[in-house]
Every structure is written in C-alpha cells, then in structure tokens.
Design a protein around this ligand. Structure first.
Ligand SMILES: Nc1ncnc2c1ncn2[C@@H]1O[C@H](COP(=O)(O)OP(=O)(O)OP(=O)(O)O)[C@@H](O)[C@H]1O
Ligand SMILES: [Mg+2]
Length: 468
C-alpha cells in the first residue's frame, strides 16, 4: 500500500459546515425524529432550570435576609416582582418560612435539573447508538456490493476506518454536538436576558470581559484545529505502518528486519506523541485561561456591583445572582468552541463515508438479466483481453471453449493469469475487449446471483476454479 494515498484522505479537514452533507446526515435522524425532538426539549428545559438558582438566591437575600441587616430600599428586579405578587395576592410570610420556601425552590430546581439531564443524556445516547447501527449497516451493505476492483484500489485499513472511527466521529456529533448546541445557546441567551433584567449597567460591566474571552477562544480554535489535524495525520501514519508490517510480518522476519522496523516504528510513534503533546498544550492553556478570565469578570462584578450596593443603587441579592451567573456564563461559551471542533471532524468523516457510499456499483445485473431455468455449463472465451490496470495487460486475445461436462486443465507459470481467467468467468471484473460466454450468453447479460451461484458450477461442468 502506498503511504501517500492512504494519508491523503485523513489529511483533509474541510469546512465545519456543509449543507449538503448535513442534509444527508439528518436523513439518518429522521427515523428517530421524536427522540431528537424530546432530547432538544429536555436540554432547553435544563438550560432554563439552570437560570432558577441565582434568582432564588436573590429573592432570599432581598426579601428574607437583608431586611434584618439594614434598611432595604433597593430590590433586585426579581425580588420586586415576587414582593409585588405577594402584596397583590395578600400573602404574608415569616422570613424563616420564606427562606424555607426559597430553599425548597432552589433544591427543587437542582433535582429537576438532575432528572432532566439524566433523561436527556440517556435518550440522546440511545439515538446516537441507533444511528451508528444504521450507518454501519449501510456502509457494510454498500461495501459488499462494490466491485472486487474497488478493493484492489483501496487498502483494507482505510475501509475499516470508515466503518469504525468515522462513524464514531458522527456519533459524537449527534450525541455531544448538535443537540447540546441548543442547550448552550438557550443558556447564554437566558443569562444575558436575566442579567439585563436585573441590572443593565452591571450586565454591561459583566460582558466587558467578553472580547478577552473571544480573543482567547479564537487563538485556541485556530491552534487546536491545526494540531488536531497534525495528530490525525500522524495517527494515520501509524496505522499505515502497522498495516503494512503486520500483513507483511513473514517478510519482516524472513529478512531479519525486526530491529530496523522497530526503529522506523519508533520514529512514527514519536512524531505522533510529539503532535499530541503540542495539542495538549493548547487545551492546558485554554481552560485555565477561561477560568482566569472568569475570575476577572467576578472581580469586576464585585468591584462595580459592590460599590453599587454600598451606594444603595443595587440590591445585595442582585449582586450575588450576578456572581453566580458569571460562573455559568463563560463555560457554555467555551464549550461552543469545542462543538466547532466536533462539527468539523464530523463533516470530514461524513464526507469520507458518503464518498464510499457513492462509489459506483460498476458490476451489477442488467435490468432484464438472463435467468435460465436450467444451466448447461458451456463456457467460451472469445478474443478476451484484460488488464487490472490500464497500462498493463494480463490477458491478450484469449479464445477457447469448454463443452458441458468436459474437463479442462489450465497450466501456466505463476502470474500467467490462471486465477484471472476464473475471476473473469464469474465477472469479478469486466473485460477490456472480447466476451466471456456461459451457455452462449455473455456474462454481462447474466443475472449475477445465478452466474455466481452453485447451480452453474455444480451442474455438469467440472471447471475447478483455482483459488485466488
Ligand atoms: N488484483 C490485482 N490487481 C492488479 N494486478 C493483478 C491482480 N491480480 C493479479 N494481478 C496480476 O495479473 C497477472 C496474473 O495474475 P494471476 O493471479 O491471474 O496469475 P496466476 O496464473 O493465477 O498465478 P499463480 O500461479 O501465482 O496463482 C499477474 O501479473 C498479477 O501480478
Ligand atoms: Mg492463481
């Protein structure tokens, strides 16, 4: 196998979004559309539930704790709303009872979040597994219908990768990618809305660090993408090396190449290790970097919000709610850039998978295939010329006939084309010129299943096909 061609496909890392590929991929979701809808509804619900906690804290502080700590005039928007509702409905609660209720709401939202996330994760994985099953079945089904010549051209290792790794990359897309993007976006929009509702000035201060975060994310995304691609290329090289050396182990041992091969492998292996360490470096900088910027945001909120509280312009409840939201805000933002990588890997994988599935089935039964009731077994090769490659002819102008029941021995030195004759008789390859006839009918007109079935060769012709 030539290393250059096997690497080529793995090196392509195209765009992150391709509408045509996406539409085809979504075709695999269609049978499970209700599962997908349920997963999206649940994840949106979980995002909304995550908004509840800080609001409950704000109400607890503003309405039930702070009145005892000092004169309460400033209320956060949510506390004012709750207070107005209580007045309107004529509800009065002791602070201790109120705290209890708010705590229960907080706890309830956490429990509900747990349940929702559990079901969401479960059904999303269920859908991913089913889609993987369908995809693998389709790919293997397709592989079986591809002409033998296809397998001469494509190394086995690469085809196995399609059915295993590439399908896994798509699973990642369905389980971790698409659906959770909905959750992240809803959470971000929800937090922005709530923060502006609580205090628009403090909201602007909170978002002041966003450019910094975007800058870091952009840096990370471009570097991580390049190093991810590098790791894939190195891994493909390891796979190619292993495939060549394991399938050719007898040759390696015959020529005492063990030590040389080990040296070669160490080089490939080392390149992979170094590429991985480089990739890890970017992750190691990015996530702590996000933490650092988050801490900066928290500091800004404490400084600006704190002086607002002291000046009586901001309620303590709003300040604490802001601090909690700030922690929840930057994480989905950072996650979104990770989703981008998943999307990109999935697009590259689906492109390779669909290219395989789109490979033409060059050899198939014609529409009105010849299906005789009885097979006699007369064989005739008429001026057959054939080559596996265009530039190298294996058979030229071969003609002979075998009558039903007749025994014929084919003798020739190795590489003369004996196996090729048997392959042509079963139409594993199509001819360049001439024709192969069975019972006076060209094999191209035969029904393939019947031509290759036992009835032809077990009937009366004793043409023992040599092993390939
Ligand atoms: N899949 C293939 N792709 C390209 N070339 C091939 C392929 N199979 C066979 N060949 C080439 O075609 C020629 C004929 O091969 P074939 O296998 O028919 O010989 P054979 O007579 O069966 O030999 P043997 O006695 O070793 O089995 C050889 O030169 C061989 O290298
Ligand atoms: Mg042979």
């Amino acid at each position: 196998m030539s290393e250059a061609t096997s690497l080529h496909e793995e090196e392509i890392l195209g765009k992150a979004y391709d509408a045509r590929l996406m539409r085809r991929l979504l075709g695999y979701v269609v049978p499970y559309r209700w599962t997908a809808v349920a997963a999206i509804v649940l994840i949106v619900l979980s995002s909304l539930l995550q908004l509840v906690g800080p609001l409950a804290t704000a109400v607890a502080l503003d309405l039930f704790i702070r009145p005892f700590a000092g004169e309460a005039e400033t209320l956060s928007a949510v506390s004012r709303w709750v207070a107005d509702e209580m007045v309107r409905r004529g509800i009065e609660v002791e602070p201790a009872v109120g705290l209890g209720i708010v705590s229960l709401i907080y706890l309830g939202s956490l429990l509900l979040t747990f349940l929702v996330l559990y079901w969401q994760g479960y059904i999303m994985q269920l859908m991913g597994q089913r889609i993987m099953f369908d995809l693998r079945r389709d790919i293997f089904g397709r592989l079986q219908r591809l002409p033998v010549a296809y397998f001469d051209r494509n190394p086995i290792g690469r085809l196995v990768t399609r059915v295993t790794n590439d399908v896994d990359a798509l699973n990642e897309l369905f389980t971790a990618g698409i659906v959770s993007i909905f959750g992240d976006v809803v959470l971000l929009v929800g937090i922005v809305a709530v923060l502006f509702w609580l205090d628009w000035r403090l909201a602007i201060v909170t978002f002041a660090i966003l450019p910094l975060l975007l800058l870091l994310t952009f840096w990370f995304k471009t570097r991580a993408r390049r190093s991810y691609r590098e790791v894939r290329v190195r891994l493909a090289r390891i796979n190619a090396f292993l495939q060549e050396h394991i399938t050719g182990m007898s040759v390696v041992q015959l020529f005492n190449r063990e030590e040389g091969a080990l040296d070669d492998f160490s080089r490939v292996n080392d390149a992979h290790r170094r590429a991985n360490i480089r990739a890890i470096f970017y992750y190691a900088v990015y996530y702590p970097g996000v933490e650092l910027i988050t801490a900066l945001g928290v500091g800004l909120i404490l400084w600006y919000g704190g002086s607002g509280v002291v000046a009586g312009a901001l309620s303590i409840g709003a300040l604490v709610a802001f601090l909690q939201y700030a922690q929840r805000f930057y994480q989905p933002l950072a996650d979104l850039s990770e989703k981008y990588n998943i999307l990109q890997a999935a697009m590259a994988s689906s492109e390779r998978i669909f290219r395989l599935m789109d490979s033409p089935v060059e050899i198939a039964s014609p529409a009105d295939a010849y299906r005789p009731g009885e097979v006699r077994g007369a064989i005739e090769f008429r001026q057959v010329s054939f080559g596996y490659n265009e530039d190298e002819q294996v058979l030229h102008d071969i003609s002979f006939a075998v009558a039903p029941g007749e025994t014929v021995a084919i003798v020739g030195h190795t590489g003369a084309g004996k196996t090729t004759l048997a392959s042509l008789l079963q139409r594993f390859y199509d001819l360049d010129s001439g024709s192969v006839m069975v019972d006076g009918v060209d094999v191209r007109e035969w029904d393939l299943e019947l031509l290759r079935g036992p009835s032809v060769w077990c009937s009366r012709t004793s043409f023992s096909s040599p092993a390939r």
